[in-house]
Design a binder for this molecule. Structure first.
Ligand SMILES: [Zn+2]
Length: 462
């Protein structure tokens, strides 16, 4: 009898492509799904799912793992098998050596990379003042760096316009036209948040209107979850209805994490959000776990610009509202500032468990198969990953096995709980057919993840 490398028996199989839930066994060989059947198959290794959910691994279209091992381990424990880095305009520039390094050292999950504009390309081109537009020469320099990044396997381009608010729309368009030429995704952390964030959202829509490039609005709730989500979704609904190539991703928490020295935390931010210093939690560095005071805020702004601070600026109800439309996928925005064990933001460890816990089990606002689609097929399609996010023969064997009645986020904000507390109810995670999480435990030596190098080819109408 044929023996597979590994089989998963008695799974409740969730196929987001056919929108079907059924019961069966999976056979895996050579890192791919090789059989989906109810025949009594055999494997060198066997997992009995005991009717737990078996679905494609989660594809996190917006994170900042960017090669950092501990963050990747937290991610894989919450079911992420492919992470997209280089978001919000920052991340490595030399993707060739970045990917080579991952291949050489191994990594727990698959890693795709965007190339960041607002820090990475701008800095290399000498446009170091975030409040000033780049000169024409600097823009030209960025254009050739961008072509190079696409040659090295970048899956798209990311803007962090809120971090470089001096960026002119001409600068945005010049870069976007290059991305459009190759049909590459453009991830946009919009220029500002709250009420002015609605105008910034329209600017993001205009990028695809003017260039045709697919636009992905990043961490929607963190940009427009301060009381204007309905208006924001109206803007996006209309764009999608009009046939524009726009989608969005959003997380499961109502407090975002970013660098205290960035323009996000410029004077006036608290008034804009309707917050006090005490609504800011320090997530990394010497004050990790403490709430801000005016003094701590000023000291960090002056001397510890790269410390990460969490701002309780959004409304919890808008977290869920943001994830209702069918074009919004789940993302973590996790691993900002490469947090050490015990520090960071709960999104680093709890986003996907929390999504299934809250929106499927507790609220019933999304069906299981639709929720799985938002974490798997939808981002795979957005990224052009044809062998991921699908439960079918020949697809990469990136698999999550979890119990819907037990899946629970245990992570909490620094100072309240552990931001990196592992979730409950995720039994197994497989990456390229290899077990990385077994009975809820991370296998630290397991590094079957691969770089996801995209190819550069001209966009064609299909
Ligand atoms: Zn961002």
């Amino acid at each position: 009898m044929h023996e597979f490398d590994l089989i998963i028996k008695n799974g409740t199989l969730v196929d987001p492509e056919k929108r079907r839930i059924t019961v069966g066994h999976l056979g895996i060989s050579g890192g791919k799904i090789a059989a989906i059947t109810r025949e009594d198959i055999r494997g060198r290794h066997e997992i009995d799912a005991g009717l737990a959910i078996v679905c494609p691994g989660f594809i996190d279209i917006h994170a900042h793992v960017d090669g950092y091992l501990y963050a990747a381990q937290c991610m894989v424990r919450q079911g992420v098998t492919t992470s997209v880095g280089g978001n919000c305009g920052f991340g490595p520039l030399d993707l060739q050596s970045f990917f080579d390094g991952l291949e050489r050292d191994g990594f727990p999950l698959n890693q795709a990379m965007l190339i960041g504009h607002s820090f990475t390309l701008r800095e290399k081109a000498g446009a170091v003042d975030p409040y000033a537009p780049a000169t024409p020469e600097q823009v030209d320099c960025m254009l050739s760096l961008l072509e190079e990044a696409f040659d090295q396997g970048a899956i798209g381009l990311s803007f962090g316009l809120e971090y470089a608010p001096g960026t002119s729309f001409d600068e945005v368009l010049a870069l976007s036209q290059v991305a459009a030429r190759y049909g590459k995704l453009i991830a946009v952390h919009t220029r500002t948040d709250s009420w002015p964030g609605l105008g910034a959202l329209k600017e993001a829509v205009r990028i695809t209107e003017f260039t045709g490039a697919p636009v992905q609005v990043s961490h929607l709730v963190y940009q427009v979850g301060m009381g204007m989500m309905i208006q924001a979704l109206e803007i996006l609904d209309r764009a999608v209805r009009d046939g524009l190539d726009v989608a969005a991703d959003s997380g499961m928490y109502h407090a975002f994490a970013t660098f205290i020295g960035s323009p996000v935390y410029d004077e006036g931010c608290l008034e804009k959000w309707g917050c006090d210093y005490g609504d800011l939690f320090v997530a990394t560095g010497k004050y990790a776990g403490q709430r801000c005071t005016r003094e701590i805020y000023q000291e960090l702004r002056a001397n510890y610009k790269n410390d990460v601070v969490v701002a309780f600026a959004c409304r919890e109800a808008e977290v869920y509202q943001a994830l209702l439309p069918g074009y919004v996928m789940v993302s973590t925005d996790g691993a900002v500032g490469s947090p050490q064990p015990g520090t960071g933001h709960p999104q680093d460890s709890g986003t996907y468990p929390r999504f299934f816990q809250k929106m499927v089990r507790e609220q019933g606002s999304l069906s299981l198969v639709e929720a799985v689609r938002r974490c798997t097929l939808l981002p795979a399609e957005r990224l052009g990953l044809l062998n991921k996010g699908r439960l079918k023969i020949g697809a990469d064997a990136d698999i999550v096995i979890f119990n819907l009645d037990r899946i629970t986020d245990r992570a909490d904000y620094p100072g309240i709980g552990r931001p990196d507390a592992p979730p409950e109810g995720i039994n197994y995670v497989l990456v390229n057919g290899e077990v990385v999480v077994e009975n809820g435990r991370l296998l630290e030596h397991a590094k079957p993840g691969r770089p996801v190098r995209a190819v550069r080819r001209y966009w064609r109408w299909q």
